[in-house]
Design a protein around this ligand. Structure first.
Ligand code: IVH
Length: 697
């Protein structure tokens, strides 16, 4: 088709489509609160694509259609940074003393006497990824460059365009757009995205990636943008490069914290894990609080960063050769360490999977001493080429079990290629049943099923886990005693534990089992998602369990679902659908559910139609934002309760937010809520809403 003349109508339509798509992309990627289903977004996207196809003159560089490019770059071009990308001084003392040392330096440089008030800091996370400079001219992304040596980086514009979280165009009116705004931040990969990527690599029998940071950095520096697009990357903004014509920096008393708010208002992702702190004491509290929650964050951090909050004071402090005097990185214990592989054992898991486990010379990593790490399966072990005696890299981040990320040096002795000094056992080390590997599969499994004590124990531990039924006190030791002593063979038998049975245990175990009985009693009510997850169905992780609960709404519907119906669920593919179907096709599994119900377990069910949120739920259709620390609920718990009540939890406050739930030390979100006139609730009011007691706002 010959491109025809561009009509005013077509041009106006293209502009309107671009605006809508930008807005939806921001809602989807940054605020995590989409307003339209994916299919609608796709429809608008395709309409714009068709218009541009017919009238190439309508294709603008900031068009959402330009995110994914098939074009292969010849090599990464050099980019000279308008303002050098500096490094940051690192405080390696991981105790509170690190914060004191920095604050003392700042006070000395500013010539503040002992009686001068504390210096105000902006404290934030130190993201573990790749630094990037995004150059926006009149609000449009024109260039993205890596840090390189700080003076000159590489042009990765085409690659960065494929990252959904990076706005191609800033939000706001064109008139208010700075002539030049260089935004600096970190490209990173979330841990769950990294685990999924490695899981896929493992399934394909391909090499796994070492850690999210290297994977993100490698993905950004690809020559082919399509490769970047296939890796799930995320972005956080944390600072500025060159700026021309932006009113913000000329306002009186601008602060770094307000600068981050201003960047968020442009539609850039800014982490909400940040706080204004007063003096060394405030910094130490932030350092400690973040450390306590480090494992629960969805991405790796290697420390926190403190910045003098006042931009005027920053200017006064200036730079020392290549580092600003107004900022410091305060580290946490590393999440990767090198140690010696002392041996390889095998473990039998909940589903009978036999996993080779590395026995390690004890090493302090990610905040704990690690002596074991998973090697996943025989094939991965071979691919990694690790042998007993080697120096290996151990990684422990978040809730993920420690793993061997790679090998750095061979141990002594001859090395014969392809013949590792380890063999998979032919019989289960726990029950002696045959070990089998499915044809073409990668996992070895014990065929003993619940006859195998290891599988029984793992099933119990999983059921009791923090993210499942959350039964306090049902740990390794007690499970060993309950199973080895023959007191418990199936999950429902847990709830039949009584004094008579407990008498069979030794004194200590008897006492902890009595506590357990109380915990079991008080923990009988849970959510459908947790219950489904607790059953330990193969391939059904927490996220899938949530999707299933949301989709089916009631246990009976899930149990009777056909494979086709299961395939309709978000993110459920053929393998998962089959696994769920097979699980509930087994009479003894259905019996387990019935017996648990008979034992008094209840889980929130709703009878609404599948996939839709039933309008009868107290928070149906409502979007809430959480900020600050609530007196008794953790963020995860609050989120779970809200979702169970049909509500949605978003990451930032907008006009679409119905309620902001604010706890102690609530930050900018609370200010934003007040500014927009959004109703603010405390925990008590939230609980009233959850219980369906009217409108708290
Ligand atoms: S500010 C002039 N803030 O840490 C100060 N850096 O050398 C420039 N990083 O690789 C850095 N999180 O990419 C700053 N919240 C944060 C950061 C951060 C991670 C990285 C940065 C660079 C290194 C600093």
């Amino acid at each position: 088709m010959q491109p025809g003349p561009v009509s005013a109508d077509a041009a106006a339509r293209a502009t309107a489509l671009r605006e809508q798509l930008h807005r939806h992309a921001h809602l989807y990627y940054v605020l995590d609160a989409p307003e339209v289903p994916d299919a609608e977004y796709d429809r608008l996207f395709r309409e714009l694509q068709a218009l541009e196809e017919a009238h190439p003159a309508l294709r603008t560089p900031d068009s959402p259609t330009q995110r994914v490019l098939g074009r292969v770059l010849d090599g990464l071009a050099a980019v000279r940074h308008a303002v050098p990308m500096l490094s940051i001084q690192t405080e390696t003392d991981t105790t509170a003393a690190g914060a004191q040392a920095f604050d003392a330096r700042v006070r000395r440089e500013l010539e503040l006497g002992d009686d001068a008030p504390p210096v105000e800091y902006s404290a934030e996370l130190k993201f573990d990824g790749l630094a990037i400079n995004l150059r926006y001219e009149h609000g449009v992304l024109v260039q993205a460059a890596t840090r390189g040596d700080g003076e000159t980086g590489e042009d990765v514009t085409q690659n960065i365009r494929t990252i959904g979280q990076v706005p191609l165009k800033l939000l706001g009116s064109t008139a208010a757009m700075p002539e030049v705004l260089e935004v600096r931040g970190e490209i990173y990969m979330r841990r769950d995205d990294f685990e999924r990527l490695n899981e896929r690599q493992r399934e394909k029998g391909e090499k796994t990636y070492i850690n999210p940071r290297n994977t993100a950095a490698g993905a950004v520096r690809q020559l082919d943008p399509a490769t970047t697009a296939s890796r799930p990357l995320s972005f956080f903004a944390y600072g500025l490069g060159e700026v021309r014509g932006w009113a913000f920096v000329d306002e009186d008393a601008p602060t770094h914290f307000a600068l981050l708010d201003a960047l968020a208002a442009f539609g850039l992702p800014v982490s909400s894990e940040r706080r204004v702190c007063a003096g060394a004491a405030g910094l130490a509290v932030f350092h400690r609080d973040v450390q306590a929650r480090r494992d629960a964050l969805p991405f790796d951090i290697d420390g926190v960063v403190y910045k003098v909050n006042s931009l005027a004071l920053q200017q006064r402090l200036g730079f020392k050769t290549r580092e600003p005097r107004w900022a410091v990185a305060h580290k946490y214990p590393a999440q990767e360490q090198v140690t010696r592989l002392a041996g390889i054992d095998v473990q039998v898991g909940r589903t009978g999977k036999i996993t080779p486990v590395a026995r390690l010379a004890p090493v302090f990593v990610g905040g704990t001493t690690v002596t074991n790490a998973t090697l996943h399966n025989l094939f991965e072990l071979r691919r990694k080429g690790v042998r007993v005696g080697d120096e290996v890299i151990v990684r422990r981040a978040g809730d993920v079990i420690p793993e061997i990320a790679g090998r750095i040096a061979a141990g002594p002795g001859p090395r014969r290629p392809y013949v590792p000094n380890f063999r998979m056992p032919l019989a289960c080390p726990v029950c002696g049943s045959a070990v089998r590997r499915e044809k073409g599969g990668i996992d070895h499994r014990c065929t003993g099923g619940l006859f195998c004590a290891a599988q029984r124990k793992q099933a119990l531990l999983h059921f009791a886990g923090r993210r499942a039924m959350d039964i306090e006190g049902l740990g390794d030791k007690l499970v060993d005693q309950l199973v080895d002593g023959g007191l418990i063979r199936t999950l429902p038998e847990l709830y039949k534990l009584d004094a008579a049975r407990l008498a069979a245990l030794d004194r200590m175990a008897e006492k902890s089992a009595a506590n357990l009985v109380a915990a079991l009693e008080s923990g009988k009510h849970t959510t459908l998602a947790r219950f489904v997850y607790a059953l330990g169905i193969r391939h059904v992780g927490e996220a899938t369990a949530k999707d299933l609960a949301r989709h089916f709404g009631a246990m009976a519907r899930l149990m009777d679902a056909t494979v086709e119906q299961l395939l309709e669920v978000n993110d459920v593919g053929p393998v998962v659908a089959q696994s769920i179907h097979t699980f509930f096709a087994q009479p003894h599994n259905r019996e387990v559910v019935e017996q648990l119900r008979a034992a008094g377990l209840t889980w929130g069910e709703h009878e609404g139609s599948a996939a839709a949120t039933p309008a009868s739920l107290p928070l149906a259709g409502k979007t809430l934002v959480l900020t600050g620390t609530l007196p008794s609920l953790s963020r995860d718990e609050a989120k779970e309760l809200i979702e169970a009540a049909g509500g949605k939890v978003a990451g930032s406050v907008s006009k679409k937010t119905h309620y902001v739930v604010a706890g102690a030390e609530a930050g900018s979100k609370l200010d934003k809520a007040r500014e927009l006139g959004v109703a603010v609730l405390d925990e008590g009011q939230l609980r009233a809403l959850l219980a369906g007691h009217g409108d708290a706002g």
